[in-house]
Design a protein. Structure first.
Length: 112
């Protein structure tokens, strides 16, 4: 398993436990993420252990936003390195989803 999953109240937190999200591992990651999207509307991805995402890997995030928005859900991203934060801004992901520093900040945002 390349993810750990926690449920805190109504929020699901998915932590990526590998250092890269790329074409070679995206199908397996999606197989783990996809069923989790059925059971949540509040999702946080913790990317604190990730240091590389290729273009195929980037596709996971808008796909999750689309699935969650179909049921008025929301995705937050936390734990981005400076390099990944720059990539997410370049890809305009900060317009699709909230980017927060920590999972605690993400949880607090969902409680508001």
């Amino acid at each position: 398993m390349s993810l750990t999953v926690e449920k805190i109240d109504r929020t699901t937190i998915i932590t990526f436990v590998q250092t890269s999200i790329e074409a070679g591992n995206v199908p397996a990651l999606w197989d783990e993420i996809d069923p989790l999207l059925d059971d949540t509307t509040q999702l946080i991805f913790d990317l604190s252990q990730v240091d590389f995402i290729d273009s195929t890997g980037c596709g996971i995030f808008p796909n999750c936003v689309k699935r969650l928005s179909e049921k008025d859900g929301e995705l937050k991203i936390c734990g981005l390195s400076d390099k990944l934060a720059a990539l997410f801004r370049l890809m305009a992901f900060d317009r699709l989803m909230d980017i927060v520093q920590t999972r605690e900040e993400g949880l607090a945002d969902f409680e508001e």
